[in-house]
Design a protein around this ligand. Structure first.
Ligand code: HEC
Length: 473
């Protein structure tokens, strides 16, 4: 897969904006005649700056901006968002324009749009506000009134138990499905903007569910759901690609995640504002976890490294794994932290779950892998998911290999193999330990959730987590 590096990425965006295009060839005065594209020019602006607060699951001001027809509807205050041909009569334009010396009302609480973005939106409306979305890119509306329809179970990239152990959250298409933890009932569908959900994480106080995902190559998103009310508290647009590996700080105030622009980031769960950016990785950042005290963040990447970042300074402090050429075998996919100790469990392309200490107790020497505490048995294929159980006594890992997969439980301190989950056949992308019972959940390519006894490996239950059209109940 192509690696997108930050600088070329910024350049690529700049090259596609109309203002730059206008410079090569079209004279500035002719700009009014340049046809503005809804799909290529306007939609990305709305996606990045507006849709977080103006989407079906969270329609602030009664105004939805995630699809073309809704732009022309009335807001809660009975004013029309977009009046084709008339920017001055369009509430959307009024909201992004400064009045009486006050900064524009929208986007609420954020920096105003650039003059260039405002001009693009105005010109598009002036030119008739047409929809030029290619037929191939037109997707059916998906919201609470039009829930995703499945003809087969989707690939499952993430699962997580709620902190009290009553719910199992499963990533679907465009939604997170909340099941009773024993897999006997679907209790809620959290439908949001992102088509693809990459990670799920409940806050430690149990109140919130962080969801990361996006639409590949178009936008990334972090969603924060109120677990009890099942409402979307916030949707934060992040970069132009899906985002990965959500984790919560111990005080439930920050959410960290990894991006396909190789950055590790953290945002405030209260305001959505970015509080940390670390660009030290050389490839996609796929998973994150906080230290016990919440002072540090750990990130793993396809660049094969596990890095330690100090939160207060946003400074890259250490490479936890060895960075000696040849010492690292393939990208890292997943990281989890021991529930009470600063010890890290990682898994990746080499198929061996490994335990590391987070903080170095000896100076780094070239070639050492001093922080490595223990390796567990090598599993067939690549590891996509690793997790500790609630007291840290066991670890679980899930793999994918040639269309097959395996889930194994090991004893943390002895490395002894405890069980191999029975009834698991297809590639596994997600694993979880029940917080109170001796049960491991796993899921992946086949779209089936397996619940296995962690000690014996016996299959307790398996189920398809989505309603499949035409399937027998
Ligand atoms: C952080 C959240 C947030 C973001 C981002 C945001 N809005 Fe809003 N928007 C709101 C809230 C809250 C309201 C309702 C407040 C009100 O009625 O004054 C609202 C109301 C509106 C309304 C209706 C106003 C009316 O008088 O009926 C429009 C139009 C609007 N926003 C456009 C935009 C546009 C365009 C963007 C992006 C450039 C944007 N918003 C970004 C939160 C947001």
């Amino acid at each position: 897969m192509k690696i997108v590096r930050p600088f070329s990425f910024v350049l690529a965006i700049a090259l596609f904006t109309p203002a730059i295009r206008a410079q090569d060839g079209v004279k500035k005065d002719d700009k009014a005649n340049t046809a503005i594209s809804y799909y290529k020019d306007v939609r990305p602006i709305l996606q990045q700056h507006c849709q977080g607060c103006h989407q079906p699951a969270k329609a602030q001001g009664g105004y939805v901006m995630t699809d073309y027809p809704n732009l022309f509807k009335k807001t809660e205050k009975e004013v029309i968002g977009v009046v084709a041909g008339k920017p001055a009569d369009s509430e959307l334009v009024k909201q992004i324009t400064a009045h009486d010396g006050k900064k524009p009302a929208m986007p609420r609480g954020k920096d105003p749009l650039t003059d260039r973005d405002v001009t693009i939106i105005k010109q598009w409306i002036e030119q008739g506000a047409k929809d030029d979305t290619p037929a191939s890119a037109k997707l059916p509306t998906v919201d609470a009134n039009h829930p995703p329809v499945y003809t087969q179970s989707p690939v499952i990239n993430a699962i997580a138990y709620s902190r009290d152990g009553t719910l199992l959250a499963v990533a679907g298409y465009h939604e997170v499905l909340l099941h009773k933890a024993d897999g006997t009932a679907l209790v809620a569908r959290l439908i949001g903007m992102s088509e693809r959900i990459q990670s799920l994480a409940f806050s430690l106080d149990g109140q919130w569910l962080a969801v990361t995902g996006g639409n590949p190559g178009r936008f990334g998103e972090v969603q924060i759901w109120n677990v009890e009310k099942r409402t979307l508290k916030m949707s934060i647009p992040i970069t132009f690609d899906t985002v990965y590996g959500a984790s919560w700080s111990p005080d439930s105030k920050l959410i960290a995640f990894g991006c396909a622009d190789n950055s590790l980031r953290a945002i405030s769960a209260e305001t959505g504002k970015q509080v940390l950016f670390q660009g030290g990785h050389g490839d996609w950042v796929l998973d994150t976890v906080f230290s016990v005290k919440g002072t540090h963040l750990v990130s793993v990447s396809r660049d094969r490294s596990m890095k330690l970042t100090e939160i207060a300074t946003e400074r890259l402090e250490d490479n936890i794994t060895s960075i000696t050429p040849g010492a690292l075998k393939g990208g890292l996919q997943a990281v989890d932290r021991h529930p009470t100790k600063d010890e890290l469990l990682i898994g990746g392309a080499d198929g061996t779950p490994k335990l590391y200490q987070m903080f170095r107790t000896k100076d780094r020497k070239i070639g050492d892998d001093f922080n490595n505490i223990r390796n567990y048995g090598t599993m067939p294929g690549r590891i996509f998911a690793v997790k500790f159980n609630a007291d840290g006594s066991r670890v679980v890992a899930g793999t994918s290999y040639d269309g097959k997969g395996e889930v194994r439980v090991y004893e943390t301190t002895t490395g002894k193999l405890v069980s191999t989950a029975k009834g698991v056949n297809g590639p596994i992308y997600a694993v979880a330990h029940h917080p109170k019972e001796s049960v491991v959940a796993s899921a992946g390519f086949e779209g089936i959730v397996h619940l296995n006894d962690a000690v014996t490996g016996a299959l307790v239950r398996d189920f398809v987590p989505v309603p499949v059209k035409g399937a027998k109940k």
